[in-house]
Design a protein around this ligand. Structure first.
Ligand SMILES: [Mn+2]
Length: 324
């Protein structure tokens, strides 16, 4: 597609009445991209609704939004839906998944699994964050990346790149960060605001989760578990488990780190992390999930023992293939 950012910019300019949604249990890229698109539409004087069935996580309550983030779908559905950071259509949640009209959907994403479920699809895995793609759309529209728009884009890009440490970080990513810094973003203010959002309960959960560490595959895979009982005991929820898998990645010799998070009795969300050339997107795909080369996940059903076995087996299989 010739310059997809300008196609999307044209559509935003020409049409009116948009729904903006990212994936359920939104992370920094999802919230940042939603907010950034909202600010773009606000600048264009468009009618729009920001939507996420999970609502705004407490850790993002400081993010400046041009309109409230609704948990309920508006009826009727706005003329256009812009879906961001969703590798599959059902990532928007059941209500919007059922209501989405493909012919009136714009799909902006950076997941390799994305099948292109919209009328206008911009899927590019070279972007480290959807927020960086939204920045291109803003540029096409002649909007400066300043104020709340700049902040939203910074939130998206900083969080999805692990504060510019992951392999997805490109010279272009750092150039965007430099532009945002020049435009007024203060790293000493915004980074602590993004990072330092933990509750004592969450820290207690982390301690318990890390104590479940098991090493598999001759120490090349580290696995921790956050079961429902531990979440209940510490007064935390699934959202509080976010990012814990990264601590396991820090173990010397570990190539793949994993967390099994119990969302419903014996229904587990697995998240995998790796570094460099260790591509674990294939592991997730084997198990019906998706993601990126170094960060992927999916769901598994069953007792912990068998779910663990399945996951370890698949990781082992993929690591073995990479040795060949
Ligand atoms: Mn993302």
């Amino acid at each position: 597609m010739p310059n997809p950012a300008s196609k999307i910019a044209d559509l935003l300019r020409q049409e009116d009445d948009f729904l903006v949604s990212a994936h359920v249990h939104p992370d920094g890229d999802a919230i940042g991209s939603t907010a950034a698109l909202g600010w773009i539409l606000h600048s264009l004087g468009k009618k729009f609704t920001l939507y996420n069935t999970s609502g705004l996580p407490q850790s993002f309550d400081w993010v400046s939004l041009p309109a409230p983030l609704h948990r309920e779908l508006p009826t009727p559905l706005p003329a256009w839906s812009v879906v961001v950071d969703c590798g599959a259509q059902n990532r928007v949640g059941t209500a919007l998944d059922a209501a989405l009209v493909p012919e009136r959907t714009v799909n902006i994403d950076h997941h390799i699994s994305n099948p292109g479920f919209g009328a206008l699809n911009w899927v590019d895995i070279d972007y480290p964050a959807v927020g960086a793609m939204i920045a291109e759309v803003a540029r096409e529209l002649g909007l400066a990346l300043t104020g709340p728009l700049g902040e939203a884009i910074y939130l998206a890009v900083a969080t999805d790149t692990g504060f510019f440490t992951y392999g997805s970080t490109k010279p272009k990513t750092l150039e965007l960060a430099a532009e945002l810094y020049r435009n007024g973003i203060k790293p000493g203010e915004i980074n602590p605001r993004i990072i330092n959002q933990w509750t004592p309960q969450r820290l207690e959960l982390l301690a318990e989760v890390l104590s479940t560490l098991e090493l598999h595959l001759n120490g090349e895979m580290g696995l921790v578990v956050a079961d429902l009982e531990t979440q209940r005991r510490t007064g935390t929820n699934t959202e509080d488990c976010d990012g814990m898998v990264n601590f396991v990645r820090q173990l010397r010799g570990v190539r793949v780190s994993a967390i099994l998070r119990e969302d419903e009795p014996e229904y587990w969300k697995f998240s995998l992390r790796s570094n460099g050339d260790d591509d674990i997107q294939g592991v997730a795909a084997l198990l019906g999930g998706g993601g990126h080369k170094n960060a992927a996940g999916g769901n598994l059903r069953g007792p912990l023992d068998s779910v663990t076995q399945t996951l370890v087996q698949c990781v082992g299989q993929v690591l073995e293939q990479m040795r060949k």
